[in-house]
Design a protein around this ligand. Structure first.
Ligand SMILES: *Cc1c(COP(=O)(O)O)cnc(C)c1O
Length: 397
């Protein structure tokens, strides 16, 4: 097959190899604890399901406007006003088939050959590949655990060039659980204005924060930064709606218009039924969210405490999302039966075999010293999995 250069440039996700292995073991009857999951283990709330059923029954099953129905755009405009103190018009908003799809539309609308896009690492696995798919160059800014994995001004300055088109910011972050406070964001906003680059702000985890942390959208810091920011959000994580495929973005009118044109030639509108469910998710009762967050919080505390008690493991406390991101690099070089563990891939493979625990190697997120464990799984699973991990790591010599 003579594939395009573009298709050849995309690497298969290293997480998939692990996932395939975990699934094969599970299919073979093994009792695998899955810490690899990237979605809430809660069911979509009933009121949202009912809205979708009603949409089907009433025949709301046809094409809609490409960028979303008016009713949903109104609900999104209200959401930005209420949650983020952001004032958008409806033509500054687009609804897509997931936040990932909004992000992809942005990449197509903004990036091209020769453009550089700064991505702080550890990063969400999809960002660099979406940049590459649009012929631009990902410029990785490796952050430090000592800075709580935050992008510091000196590092950002170092990565800027005449070709810098955009910065992709993700707060709260997958995989680290870091979240930027107002001060951090002001510094980045100021640089974006001074050096005139776009900020793509992925805020999909905004509702999942702990210890009283309050999410701030960088776009809300002033008109100048707002003009350079595209805010991305969605319902997958906040309303346990990963399978429904609905996300949205807001930003300057011309970018949103270009994204809508691109969407009109690729997917067309997001599913009509899902859009009706999304209206209910955004405007109906929100009491589901704090309940889910308090359960995540309980698991978060337990997981981080347990991880830090394991010899060779240290884990900072995440303030958002639903992942722990422990540093396991002091296990590297240790062996079992003469076989050394030298990387996050080795360690993940080792834990899958020895502990029957599936997790994601840090290398997938651009930092080999770490592994990512999701706590979007039951407390019972978490306890069982951590007991096994602790035991397996104690065998390494
Ligand atoms: C899950 C996730 C998304 C994608 O969400 P969808 O709306 O399901 O496409 C985007 N960004 C990050 C960081 C995520 O973890």
């Amino acid at each position: 097959m003579r594939l395009s250069e573009r298709a050849k440039a995309i690497k298969p996700s290293p997480t998939l190899a692990m996932d395939a292995k975990a699934k094969a073991l599970k299919a073979a009857g093994e009792d695998i604890v899955n810490f690899g999951v990237g979605e809430p283990d809660f069911d979509t709330p009933d009121n949202i399901k009912e809205a979708a059923i009603k949409a089907i029954r009433s025949g709301f099953t046809k094409y809609t406007p490409v960028g979303g129905i008016d009713e949903l755009k109104t609900a999104i405009v209200e959401k930005f006003k209420k949650d983020n103190n952001l004032h958008y018009e409806k033509d500054e908003v687009i609804v897509s088939c997931g936040a990932k799809h909004s992000l992809y539309n942005i990449a197509e609308a903004l990036f091209g050959a020769g453009d550089e896009v700064i991505i702080p690492s550890p990063y969400w696995v999809t960002y660099p590949d979406q940049v590459i798919l649009n012929d631009a160059v990902p410029v990785i800014a490796a952050t430090d655990e000592k800075d709580s994995f935050k992008l510091r001004p000196e590092l950002l300055k170092e990565k800027l060039s005449g070709k810098t088109k955009a910065l992709i910011l993700n707060s709260p972050s997958n995989p680290t659980g870091l979240a930027y406070d107002r001060k951090d964001l002001e510094m980045i906003a100021e640089m974006a204005v001074r050096h005139d680059f776009y900020i793509i702000s992925d805020e999909i985890y905004e509702k999942l924060t702990y210890d009283g942390f309050r999410h701030i959208s960088i776009a809300s810091l002033g008109e100048e930064v707002k003009q350079r920011t595209i805010v991305v959000n969605g319902l997958s994580k906040s309303h346990a709606m990963t399978g429904w495929r609905l996300g949205f973005a807001a930003g300057p009118k011309d970018v949103i218009k270009a994204m809508t044109n691109i969407q009109s030639q690729s997917t067309s509108n997001p599913t009509s039924i899902t859009q009706k469910a999304a209206v209910e998710a955004l405007t109906g009762p929100q009491d589901f969210i704090p309940k889910m967050v308090s359960e995540f919080d309980r698991r978060r505390k337990y997981m981080v405490e347990r991880l830090n008690k394991i010899k060779g493991v240290s884990c900072i406390t995440p303030v958002g999302a639903f992942y722990a991101f422990p540093n396991v690099s002091s296990c590297y070089g240790r062996k079992l039966n003469g076989k050394p563990v030298n990387s996050s891939l080795d360690l993940s493979a080792y834990l899958l075999e020895q502990a029957k625990a599936a997790l994601v190697p840090g290398m997938a997120f651009g930092d080999d010293r770490y592994i990512r464990l999701s706590y979007a799984t039951s407390m019972e699973n978490i306890k069982k999995g951590l007991d096994r991990i602790e035991e397996a790591l104690s065998k390494l010599q």
